[in-house]
Design a protein around this ligand. Structure first.
Ligand SMILES: *Cc1c(COP(=O)(O)O)cnc(C)c1O
Length: 345
C-alpha cells in the first residue's frame, strides 16, 4: 500500500488536556474547530468527554453536527461565529450555544430562539470577533436580562508572554465584565500558560491539546510515516527531482516516499532543516517536495526500511512548521484526507 500513514494518539491528547487542566483552578474546555485541528473532531471530542471535558468549542454551527453525534447529549458545544443567518435550525436541533458577536446576532437570536442558551463574545482589542465596548454598553442590560451562559474574549498575542497586548486586553476584559455574575473566559492555550490572572472561570485550549506550541510540555499527538516506493542509486553529479534543485556530491542512494504537498507536507518544507527518519536516524530530504512524493537521501543507512518517519516524537509539527515558515496549526490542519489514519487509545 502506498498511502502514507497518519497515527493519532488519543491517549496523548487526553494527557495534554489533563496537563493543561492541572495548571488551572478553573474549568478546562476543549477547542475542536476545523475538525479537531485536522485529527477528527468526533474522535477527539469523545476521548476528551470520557476524560471529563464538559464544554467544547467549534468555529461554525455546521461543525457542531458531527461533534454532537459523537459526544452525545451531555456536554456543551459552543460556536465562536455566533448565530448566523441560516443557523437557527442547527443550533436548536444539535443544542449548540452561539457566542453572539454583534447586536445583529443578538436580535436574531432572541427573535429566532428565545430561551435558547447563548454566550457573548466581546472584542478587547484583537478586532476580529465580538462586540466592541460601545456596542456592549448599549446592549448589556438587555443581553444580561436573558442570562448568557458565558462572556468571552480572545487574546491576540498570548503566544508571546511579554507582549504588552496581553495585559492591555486583560484590563479591557475586566472593564467590560467586572461585577457581572456570568462565567467568563479569556484564555486559549497561550493565555492559559500566562498564569492565573488570565484564567477566569473557563480556559479554552486548542493547539496545546494537539501537541503544539506554545505548550512546550505537550506530548506529540500526530505522527506521520511515509512508505518507501522505490530506492535508486545515483552517481556523483546526477540531479534529483523537479527543477534539478539537488545534485549528488557523492554516489548516493535515493528513496522515493509517498506523500507530498497534497498531503499537507508543504513545498516550503523542502528548503532545508527537515529530515525523514529511519528509527532515530535522520536522512535529509533532497530535491523539491512534489504533489505526491518526496525524495530522501538514504545513502548512510545500512538497511532502507519500509517506511520513513516524517512527523515523529522529536520532529514535531512545530519543527516542520518552523522549517516551512509557518506555524504548527497550519501543518496540522493541512494534513488532508489521503492518509491511512490509525487512532491509538
Ligand atoms: C482557535 C481559538 C481558540 C483556541 O486557540 P489555541 O491557540 O489553539 O489554543 C480559543 N478561542 C478562540 C476564540 C479561538 O478562535
Amino acid at each position: 500500500m502506498s498511502t502514507a500513514k497518519l497515527t493519532i494518539d488519543l491517549d496523548a491528547l487526553v494527557t495534554n488536556w489533563r496537563s493543561l487542566d492541572a495548571k488551572t483552578n478553573c474549568e478546562t474546555a476543549a477547542v475542536v474547530k476545523a475538525n479537531g485541528y485536522g485529527i477528527d473532531a468526533g474522535r477527539a471530542g469523545k476521548a476528551l468527554a470520557v476524560a471529563g471535558a464538559r464544554n467544547f468549542f467549534v468555529a461554525a454551527a455546521e461543525e457542531g453536527i458531527a461533534l454532537r453525534r459523537a459526544i452525545g447529549e451531555g456536554p456543551g458545544i459552543s460556536v465562536f461565529s455566533g448565530h448566523m443567518e441560516g443557523d437557527t435550525k442547527l443550533l436548536k436541533e444539535f443544542q449548540l450555544t452561539p457566542m453572539l458577536n454583534s447586536l445583529d446576532q443578538l436580535l436574531r437570536h432572541f427573535e429566532a430562539l428565545p430561551g435558547h442558551p447563548f454566550g457573548i463574545q466581546l472584542d478587547t482589542g484583537m478586532n476580529r470577533l465580538g462586540m466592541e465596548a460601545g456596542e456592549w454598553a448599549a446592549v448589556a442590560e438587555i443581553a444580561l436580562s436573558q442570562r448568557p451562559v458565558l462572556l468571552m474574549s480572545h487574546l491576540a498575542c498570548a503566544d508571546e508572554p511579554d507582549h504588552p497586548m496581553n495585559a492591555q486586553q486583560l484590563k479591557v476584559f475586566h472593564e467590560l465584565t467586572d461585577g457581572i455574575e456570568v462565567p467568563r473566559s479569556l484564555a486559549a492555550t497561550g493565555g492559559l500558560l500566562l498564569g492565573q490572572k488570565y484564567h477566569f472561570d473557563l480556559c479554552r485550549p486548542g493547539i496545546g491539546l494537539y501537541g503544539g506550541a506554545p505548550f512546550t510540555e505537550a506530548m506529540p499527538v500526530v505522527t506521520v510515516d511515509l512508505p518507501v516506493i522505490q530506492v535508486r542509486d545515483v552517481v556523483e553529479g546526477e540531479t534529483v527531482g523537479y527543477s534539478n534543485t539537488w545534485t549528488a556530491k557523492r554516489p548516493s542512494r535515493i528513496a522515493t516516499v509517498a506523500a507530498g504537498y497534497a498531503d499537507g507536507l508543504i513545498r516550503a518544507m523542502g528548503s532545508g532543516g527537515i529530515q525523514a527518519f529511519s528509527g532515530q536516524t535522520p536522512c535529509p530530504i533532497v530535491g523539491r517536495v512534489s504533489m505526491d512524493l518526496i525524495t530522501v537521501d538514504v545513502t548512510d543507512l545500512e538497511v532502507v526500511p519500509d517506511t520513513l518517519g516524517l512527523l515523529t516524537e522529536t520532529q514535531t509539527v512545530d519543527v516542520v512548521a518552523e522549517a516551512a515558515g509557518t506555524i504548527g496549526y497550519e501543518i496540522l490542519t493541512s494534513l488532508g484526507q489521503r492518509y491511512a489514519r490509525t487512532y491509538k487509545g
